[in-house]
Design a protein around this ligand. Sequence first.
Ligand code: ATP
Ligand code: MG
Length: 621
Amino acid sequence: MAEIAVGIDLGTSNTCVSLMRDGKVQVLDNVFGERTSASVVHFHEDGSVEVGNSAKAKVIHAPAQTVSSAKRLIGRYYFSEEVKKAQAIYAYEIVEAPNHGVRIEIRGEEFSLPEISAMVLREMKQIAERHTGEKVTKAVITVPAYFNDNQRQATKDAGRIAGLEVLRILNEPTAAALAYGFGMGLNQRVAVYDLGGGTFDISVLEIGKDIFEVLATCGDTFLGGDDFDDRVMDLLADEFVAKYGINPRNDVYAYERLKLAAENAKKQLSVDEQVLVSIEEVMVGKDGAPMGLERTISREEFAQLTQDLIMRTFKVCDEALQQSDLTVRDLDGVILVGGPTRLPIIREAVTHYFQQEPRVDVDPDEVVSMGAAIHAASLVGEAQDSMLLDVTPLDLRIGVAGGLAEPVIERNTPVPIEQTRTFTTVQDHQESVRIKVYQGDHRQAEENALLGQFEFSGFEKGLRADVKIDVTFEIDADGIVNVTASDQATGQAASTQITLSSGLDEDQIEQIVEQDVAGRVETATSAGATKGAGDGDVPIFDDGQNDLIDLGDAEGADELELLEDDELIRLSVEADDANQDITLDCPVTEAANDDLEDDGFFDTSGGDLSEPEIELIDEEK
Ligand SMILES: Nc1ncnc2c1ncn2[C@@H]1O[C@H](COP(=O)(O)OP(=O)(O)OP(=O)(O)O)[C@@H](O)[C@H]1O
Ligand SMILES: [Mg+2]
C-alpha cells in the first residue's frame, strides 16, 4: 500500500486538509464535522493549546492569548510594515526576537511563528490520523505564489516542527488548477483568482494533458477579506462613537466584538441583500449598563465601502495578463479561490472584468487543499504524476551601490532555475567578499526582502583580474533559494552552500522538534484530553544560541563590481576579516545589524569607496 501523504492548505484564516486515495480526493473533516478549521491558536492557562473554530471563538474573552493570522507574520522581520500593522490590530503580543525576527509572547512564553503554524498543522495531522487510523507523517503544504523565500522556508520549518515531512511547498494557485484540471485531459488557459483572508493572488496557467504550466503570477500580500472586515468595522465603530461618544477601538474586548460582528455581517451579505448587525453589549458603561449597537447594512452600502479594494485586485490581474502576453479573451476559464469570492459583488466584478462567468463547480474553500492532496498522492506514487511548471513570483537580486538592487533572476522565470555569475576581486591580494541577496521587485534594495548575506573568503589570493569566484543562484521546485559561491582556482575547497533564512536555525528547529511544542495541541478526539498538557515550561528560545555568527570586524568595506555589457555596476559587497569561515546568518547577520539604520532599513551602499574593491565579471553560464 502506498504511503499516506496529505495536502494542507495552511491559510491565513482557515486551514483545510485533504487526502487522495483510490483515485478520489476527500476533504477531511474534524470531529465537529467542519471541513475547514480556523487557523487560530488559543493558549490555555495550563499551557495546552486549542486550535480551530472553537479557538477562534475564545478571542472575545481572551484576545491576548488567542493568536490568529500567524501567516501574515511568518517569515517577516520585526521592522516590516506588516508586523507594525499586526501590532496595531491584534491583542496578542508581538515582540522582537534576536536578529529582527518576530515572536509571539503569551503568558511570558515566547513562540516563533513556525511554532504557531506548527500547532495548526499538528491539528491537521491529527484530523488525518483520525480518518486513516494511521500515522500521517508526510504532507504537501501550500503557500501563496507571492510568498518569498523567507516565508516558504519558515512554512517548511513549521511542517517539520509539526512532525511532518514536507514533500513539497506548492503554490496555492497551482494547487487550485491541479484540483480543477487533474485527469481531465484539458487543453485550456485559465486564471486563478484567489482572494483569501490576508492576501490576493492571481495566476494565469496553461493546462495541457498532465501538464500545469504557470504563465504568470502576481499578487498583493496586503489585500484580503480582513480588509473588507475593517471597512465594516470602521462603519460600526464610527456609529458607536456617534451614539455614545466613546471610541470602542481603544478597548480590546469591544474591538474584538465589533470585528467578529463585522466579519459575520460581511459573510451574511453573501447570502442576503441586507443584514442587521445587532450587538447587545459592545461595552459596559460607567453605570454598568450595556452599550449596544444596531445597524443595517445593505449590499449596496457594502459595495461602496469596499469598491476600491475590489478594483485593486483587477490592477493585479492586469499585470498578470500583461506578463503572460494574454488578454481576457484568451482565457477559457476563471477559477475562484478563497472565502471572499463567495460575495456576489466580487463574482459580479470578476464576471465583468474577465467577460465570462467564473467556474462554480469547485469549492473556493477546499480547492487548494484538494490540489495539494493530488500532488501529495503523486509524490508517493498513489496517483499519476503531473508536470507542474511554476514560476518565481519575485526578482532575485543582488544589492548594488547607491542602495539599489539589480535583478539576477527575473520574476515569472520558470523554476527550478540556476544562474551563475562570476566575480573577481578589484584589489590585488584581496581576501574576502560579502554578498547580499534580495527578493522583490524594487530597484531600491531596502524595499525588497533581504534573504540573507554571506561572507566568502578562503579563496586563493591573487591579482585582481586573476581571482574568479562563481556565485550561483538557484531556485528549487519549492521556490526556495540557494546561493553557492565557489572559487574557480581551488574549486570545492573554498565553496559553500547557503540556504537562506527562515528565522530559526537548524539547532533551534531540532530543539523545538525535540520539545514537541506542537504536541501541546489538544486532541479533540479525546474530548479535551490534552496531549502534552502540563509541560507548560517549554523554555523560551531566546537562549543566546540564536545569536548570529559574528563575522568579525570589517577590515574595510570592499566593493564588488558587475561588468555587464561592458558597463560597470558597483555591487555592495563588503570584505571582512579573511580568516573567518564562510557563513550565512539567518535571518539577518550581526554585521547586517550594524548596517541597520535608524529608519529600520539596511544600508547597502557598501561603505567607503576608497577602500579596496572587488569586481564581478558577468560570465553567465
Ligand atoms: N461566505 C463568505 N462570504 C464572504 N466572505 C467569506 C465567506 N466565508 C469566508 N469569508 C471570508 O474569507 C476570508 C478567509 O478566506 P480563506 O479561508 O479563503 O482565506 P485563507 O485561505 O485563510 O487566507 P489566505 O489564502 O490569504 O492565506 C475571511 O476574511 C472570511 O471572512
Ligand atoms: Mg487561501
